[in-house]
Design a protein around this ligand. Structure first.
Ligand code: G6P
Length: 615
């Protein structure tokens, strides 16, 4: 939530900052702002409420803001409504020109009320409702006292509770951008004559693929062509760069109308790349993560924690792992995990699933699991993210940068890793023999082409979405893995198209929800599991007799479903453990097309942000 960028170098800063912010707009889009210092040393701040394009127009694409150094911000409101006053950058003085400190922030400062009181007692006045203004003025307070950016930032870091990545321009240090970070993302890229800071890789991929990660409670002084890192004790620390293999094309729309549809189409590649990274010469190789057969044999139970779609992946994983590897799996919402005082058995493996690796609740759940002394494994897409640095073992999905707020390709790649874990765990623990092991891997190899074949038929879903684009409600049902897929289908629908939707375990319908079914209500049944097929069909029939319109997603062969369903899509043949990865594709397309037909901003749905770094 919220995106930060910074530039210093031999070019005009404002156009570069705007371009970088555009690539971070998925992190927040209710207001935006820039601070650029000109060659006379005067910093100008321009802010605008609403989408980045309003700011863009206000500064004529950056042309009205001259200067080679600047910081920028795109906001997702936490403290204070979306408004120009609350937009970042924030200033420490009465105007940007006379401010000692100008800053931007991503995260939440939990004790901002207490800090504000202290600052008010010291004569500071506040113009916004944000916690960020408090941070900027706190840094100003310490800077005025100690005249040193490292001292001011370290003092401020010691006083601030919460999460932050911060970037500052100091009036007295005209050729530097200063940053500080704790539990919120921040990367730095340095080229020969320039340097960049950003909340995420796509913002600066155009300029460099070698990035520095700034660690928790660390600071950095960024200069053109140079960066120095310091710990909270103000001691200089040396860091190496990491090479990012994502290329710029992956972060561009590449001819597609939206990132979401582009990313839906990238799923065969994401699946193939992720598979090839972990399967070599016909066997699964988890060596990179450090998960050895001995560790796998010792696992007594698995706890999966995640948020949003990643939690839905956990739900699928539960069904697959329990059936295949016979290990008990509990799936918890990361936001609930630490608040229900989880009882975690010794030898539990806690698995955190997260695309960004920055989701605040998932990070907190990881820490909770670690505090209970259990082994942790993270399944992540973003290299070097906060969760990657704290988990005992990490496996990466090779989905590439995911820009659309609603996840698709990262979700699919996460699911693939869960399948591989399940197969490996089952084999190592002698629940399956090598013939079965090979069979499962062969089935997984079919996934990319099967997904591609469903995508080829996308016009049917487009047509269906146009027919139902004005609906108010949609209900998704299924049992077992199909229920887990229903959860994801329903979320896709509501988050991008704003159609109220609910997912139910089919057997639960009769305990209340069926009272909502009336003439024309859309009911989507997922029917990929042979042994559950007839049961879910019965539930669908019960709804049809109360007027529901039935859309069925069924495994190939179950052609008699057409006797009751009004619209049916068949999935290509694949082992039932993995067929959820196919059934979700029409549901992603259905959500996408409904949103497009309703004229909504599919990549940036209202009120949502891709990376939720606040609780
Ligand atoms: C947001 C995104 C979802 C994502 C969830 C968890 O809500 O819009 O697509 O599933 O966060 O994010 P993570 O980065 O932890 O997977």
């Amino acid at each position: 939530m919220c995106g930060i960028v910074g530039y210093i170098g031999d070019k005009q800063a404002a156009p570069i900052l705007l371009d970088a912010l555009e690539r971070l707009e998925y992190r927040g889009y209710d207001s935006a702002g820039l601070a650029v210092r000109n060659d006379e040393g005067i910093a100008t701040v321009v802010k605008a409420k609403g989408r980045l394009k309003i700011l863009y127009e206000k500064v004529d694409g950056g042309r009205t803001l001259k200067g080679h150094i600047g910081i920028g911000h795109t906001r997702w409101a936490t403290h204070g409504e979306p408004s120009e006053a609350n937009a970042h950058p924030h200033i420490s003085g009465s105007s940007s020109e006379d401010s000692l400190v100008v800053g931007v922030h991503n995260g939440i400062i939990e004790n901002y009320v207490e800090l504000k009181e202290k600052l008010v007692k010291n004569g500071y006045e506040f113009y916004s409702q944000t916690d960020t203004e408090v941070a900027v003025k706190l840094v100003d307070f310490y800077y005025s006292k100690f005249k040193s950016p490292t001292k001011a930032l370290s003092k401020a870091m010691m006083r601030i509770r919460g999460s932050y990545s911060l970037a500052f321009l100091f009036k007295d240090h005209q050729e530097q951008i200063w940053t500080a970070k704790k539990d919120a993302p921040m990367i730095i890229g340095v080229t020969k004559d320039e340097a960049f800071i950003a909340s995420d890789v796509p913002a600066i991929l155009k300029y460099t693929q070698d990035i520095y990660q700034i660690g928790n409670c660390e600071m950095a002084c960024v200069e053109a062509g140079n960066v120095h890192f310091y710990n909270i004790d103000e001691e200089e620390i040396v860091k190496d760069t990491e090479h990012i293999t994502w290329d710029l094309d992956a972060a561009e729309r590449g001819g597609y109308e939206h990132f979401m549809i582009k990313e839906i189409h990238e799923q065969p590649k994401a699946l193939k790349d992720t598979y090839n990274s972990l399967v070599k010469d016909g066997s699964i190789n988890l060596a990179k993560s450090g998960l050895t057969p001995d560790i796998i044999k010792g696992i007594s139970e698995i706890r999966i924690v995640a948020c949003g779609s990643a939690w839905h992946v956990g739900m699928v994983a539960k069904y697959v792992i329990e059936d295949m590897a016979k290990i008990a799996v509990q799936v918890d919402l990361a936001s609930e995990f630490r608040y229900h005082c989880p009882v975690i058995k010794k030898d539990t493996l806690a698995i955190v699933i997260s695309q960004s690796g920055e989701t605040a609740d998932s990070l907190a759940a990881l820490r909770e699991a670690k505090s209970k002394g259990v082994r942790t494994l993270a399944i992540l897409n973003v290299l070097g993210s906060s969760i990657s640095r704290e988990a005992d073992h990490v496996l990466y999905t090779l989905a590439g940068p995911e820009i659309a707020v609603a996840t698709t390709k990262a979700y699919s790649a996460q699911m693939l890793i869960c399948y591989l874990l399940s197969i490996e765990f089952a084999f190592v623990r002698s629940e399956i023999d090598s013939a079965k092991y090979q069979y499962y891997l062969q089935q997984l190899e079919l996934l990319p082409s099967s997904v591609a074949s469903i995508l080829e038929d996308k016009e049917r879903i487009q047509w269906f979405a146009s027919k139902f684009s004005t609906i108010h409600d949609a209900f998704f049902i299924g049992r077992g893995i199909d229920y887990a897929i229903a959860l994801e289908g329903s979320l896709k629908m509501k988050e991008v198209s704003y159609v109220h939707s609910e997912a139910y375990a089919a057997g639960e319908l009769k305990h209340g929800t069926i009272s909502l079914i009336e003439d024309g209500t859309l009911l989507i049944g997922i029917l990929t599991q042979n042994r559950l097929f007839e049961k879910t069909v019965s539930n669908m029939v019960e709804c049809k007799s109360r007027g529901a319109y039935l859309f069925a997603i069924a495994a190939a062969g179950h052609y008699n479903i057409e006797d009751i369903a009004d619209f049916t899509i068949y999935m290509p043949n694949i082992d039932e453990h993995f067929i959820g990865s196919l059934a979700v594709i029409p549901l992603q397309l259905f959500g996408y097309y409904t949103s497009v037909i309703r004229g909504l901003d599919v990549d940036k749905p209202r009120n949502l942000a891709k990376s939720v770094t606040v609780e």
